[in-house]
Design a protein around this ligand. Sequence first.
Ligand SMILES: Cc1cc2nc3c(=O)[nH]c(=O)nc-3n(C[C@H](O)[C@H](O)[C@H](O)COP(=O)(O)OP(=O)(O)OC[C@H]3O[C@@H](n4cnc5c(N)ncnc54)[C@H](O)[C@@H]3O)c2cc1C
Length: 308
Amino acid sequence: MSPIAGRLRSIIRDPGRIRQAEPLKRHTSIRIGGPADYLIHVADRHELSGLLRLAGEEGLPVYILGSGSNLIVSDEGVRGLVLRLTGEFGQLAIDGSTVRVGGGCSLPKLAHQVSQLGLGGIEFACAIPGTVGAGLVMNAGAHGGDLAQVVTEVTVMWGDGRLERLGPREIGFGYRSTRLQGTSAIVVEVVMALRPADPAALQGAMRQHLDRRRATQPLQHPNAGSVFKNPPGDFAGRLIEQAGLKGERVGDAQVSEKHANFIVNLGQATAKDVLTLMDRVRSTVKQRFGVWLEAEVKIWGHNPWFLP
Ligand SMILES: Cc1cc2nc3c(=O)[nH]c(=O)nc-3n(C[C@H](O)[C@H](O)[C@H](O)COP(=O)(O)OP(=O)(O)OC[C@H]3O[C@@H](n4cnc5c(N)ncnc54)[C@H](O)[C@@H]3O)c2cc1C
């Protein structure tokens, strides 16, 4: 056993939660991504701070993986530690209309559970296939709602293992952005203030959201959701479609015929295919309309094909 593997074992007692050379294509919604040196299921804050300390001492990069629904991982994979928040990070506690939820909890699970209890405000998230922590960092939203509208407090663990509670002002919510992006902050817990609502009405709204998704999004093929952010006052999908790029292909990566801001994996697409296609889409839209599209997906690892 390598010295690092030995040290990991002393922090994560259950060896089944440490996977070496794990292909990340198994963990991304677009089914692309080379191996992570280590993929570790982290069960609590104590383990998380221990892993961060180890990574700091050994000079290992750390990546936090949620549901992998907003990610393009390079074909070479990533070096260092990829951490997935499980155990206590998936938990949910409800007190009146206040909800305290771990950063690893899934957004659809949260939306469905609280709606059954007659709590509204988060039903927009029923069709966002990600986790609370990742959703918080990018202020995920849909159907006119976003996390900024319900979040009152966030607990983060910084890269040095320090815990801190932040209020909305410190989080700095914007359109699909917060000030936490690009920092070492790991979202471990989120507090939300919801509002009492009729459970049947909430279920009805969620059914409508899900039906609309099925009608407008290419859910039959692996994808990573919207590839580009909407530019101010416009829609990335409209610009890409108007540029004549629907159906454009690089290898098995294709601009969806159904929704132009989605790139689908038709089978054997690589990260290189997707990133080359993203670059082509962005330069064509820039040439045609003078609009520079910003990536919404996050890109991990080696990437000379698309400059974020
Ligand atoms: C079919 C489909 C539909 C989608 N629809 C929407 C939509 O309507 N609205 C929308 O906003 N998004 C949408 N998305 C995108 C995606 O689901 C969201 O961005 C979601 O918040 C990503 O969550 P994740 O757990 O999958 O994150 P991942 O893809 O695993 O990670 C994304 C980023 O978040 C970071 N991260 C993960 N967990 C944490 C944490 N606990 N603390 C700090 N950083 C963390 C990762 O390091 C990475 O940089 C859609 C995606 C798909 C595939």
